[in-house]
Write a protein of this length. Structure first.
Length: 104
């Protein structure tokens, strides 16, 4: 039975670059801050693995939402600002978090 020649399986496969992250912390208004978990920092992150497709994600302690996107960087920055503003005004109760120990 013929065997296949050895192939370089890595040929043409590119290792992804480390993701670039840009975070903005949330400063809650006083009324909302009373209802949020104490001692947990909340931020809205945008990140990209290739510099072209950008994603937006909310982090609250060890919890995070599923990434939204892909967006252009400018669109991701707009989504980041909109989510940050809404969280500051309404809190995080409306978000669906996934608890994970993994990094992006």
């Amino acid at each position: 039975m013929p065997t296949l020649p050895d192939r370089d399986l890595a040929a043409g496969v590119h290792m992804p670059a480390p993701a670039r992250h840009y975070s903005r912390s949330i400063i809650f208004i006083d009324e909302i801050a009373k209802h949020e978990p104490h001692g947990t920092s909340t931020s809205v992150d945008i990140f990209s693995h290739d510099g072209n497709k950008w994603y937006c994600q909310v982090r609250c302690g060890e919890q995070k939402t599923r990434p939204m996107g892909p967006f252009t960087k400018r669109q991701a920055e707009r989504v980041q600002e909109a989510r940050r503003t809404r969280i500051a005004q309404k809190g995080t109760a409306w978000l669906v978090f996934e608890r994970t120990g993994e990094d992006w």
